[in-house]
Design a protein around this ligand. Structure first.
Ligand code: PLP
Length: 355
């Protein structure tokens, strides 16, 4: 689909919040991107319109059987004042991989990329400038066919909304306390764990609520079969530094293939750090903590970039990592990625796309 993107401008513009008042995901910009899909037409009518509610039939398939996928990325205002998306092509590729698993028709990657660039370009005034702030970009596909039978829907909407978000680390990076859960599981091999699809997040809420009630910020999921191998944390992938090596679970279909995970692995390899994408069980983590070789742990994800882990709580075991302080690689990865995002250093890897 090479159609031109039709633009209808909003008659009035919303007041923009101050950078210091920004949280996450509560404020939306003046416009949204939309395209429709019908079986006989494919994707059609790509357009930018004033931000507005969607009209859905109560029988719309997404509302009953959760045929939906999304992605999440950010646009940053660099120190030079220019606006750049971080690794948008990689996010588009993942959106299509998620779509394939949910029997949702794939988007033309060029059109999907154009939807992000054109919408963010039109809304560039909404990209905040303060350190740590960004414009969060949420592409989403939902099945909107009114039909209660269980089969892939025949009509869909692709839309993109934008939300200015505040600095994740207002009071500086703070190591988090994480509960290792073995009562619930997030995914099993052959399931939908590798797809960014709504149901995965609904299914994760109860474990997260119970963890919050016990004073933990996040949940570390274990594999669904042995309930032993570490998988990922909330909406972040996880990495552990054990001895001279960084260990992270492999992309075996049960964890989300994080773009930040990929960026971190790329940097570590460039720096000559030994990296191992392999299964790692909790007994090994506990043993490494006891012998003093577990020196750092961090989560990776678009929201926080790099999130230091200060403590893991597993059954009766309390594993304090690096005395609860931020580790050296944790800090270095965070700095390097953020420097590229805000164009404080040249982007030698083609990670950013100016809009
Ligand atoms: C989005 C997400 C991640 C992180 O992916 P990024 O591309 O780095 O933002 C990790 N795990 C889950 C479950 C996620 O939804």
């Amino acid at each position: 689909m090479n159609d031109a993107i039709r633009i209808t401008r909003a008659a009035t513009k919303k007041a923009k919040p101050k950078d210091s008042e920004l949280g996450f995901g509560t404020v939306f910009t003046d416009h949204m991107f939309l395209a429709d899909f019908k079986e006989e037409k494919g994707w059609y009518d790509p357009r930018i319109e004033p931000y507005a509610s969607l009209s859905l039939d109560p029988a719309a398939a997404v509302l009953h059987y959760a045929q939906t996928v999304f992605d999440g990325l950010k646009a940053f205002r660099g120190v030079d004042g220019r606006v750049r998306l971080f690794r948008p092509a990689k996010h588009v590729e993942r959106l299509n991989n998620s779509a394939r698993r949910l029997c949702i028709p794939l988007l033309d990657p060029d059109l999907a990329l154009r939807s992000l660039v054109e919408l963010v370009g039109l809304e560039r005034e909404w990209v905040p400038a303060s350190v740590g702030t960004a414009l969060y970009v949420r592409p989403t596909i939902i099945a909107n066919e009114p039909f209660l039978g269980v089969r892939p829907a025949k009509s869909y909407i692709y839309y993109v909304i934008l939300s200015p978000v505040g600095a994740y680390y207002l009071e500086g990076m703070n190591p988090v306390k994480i509960l290792v859960v073995d009562k619930y599981v997030r995914a099993v091999e052959g399931g939908v764990g590798a797809a960014k699809t709504g149901g995965n997040y609904a299914a994760s809420l109860l474990a997260a609520e119970e963890a919050h009630r016990s004073g933990f910020t996040q949940v570390l999921w274990l594999d669904g079969v042995h309930r032993q191998y570490i998988e990922e944390v909330g909406t972040m992938n996880i990495m552990l530094r054990i001895g001279d090596e960084v260990v992270t679970p492999p992309l075996g279909g049960t964890i989300l293939p994080g773009v930040t995970r990929d960026s971190a692995l790329t940097l570590l390899r460039e720096w000559g750090v030994a990296v191992s994408e392999r299964q790692i069980g909790m007994p090994e983590v506990v043993a490494a903590a006891r012998s003093g070789t577990l020196s750092e742990a961090w989560g990776t994800g678009t929201a926080a970039v790099i999130s230091p882990v200060g403590e893991l709580s597993y059954r009766s075991e309390r594993i304090v990592i690096n005395g609860g302080r931020i580790g050296e690689l944790t800090r270095r990865l965070y700095q390097e990625i953020v420097n590229v995002q805000y164009a404080r250093v040249p982007d030698g890897r083609g990670w950013t796309l100016e809009v």
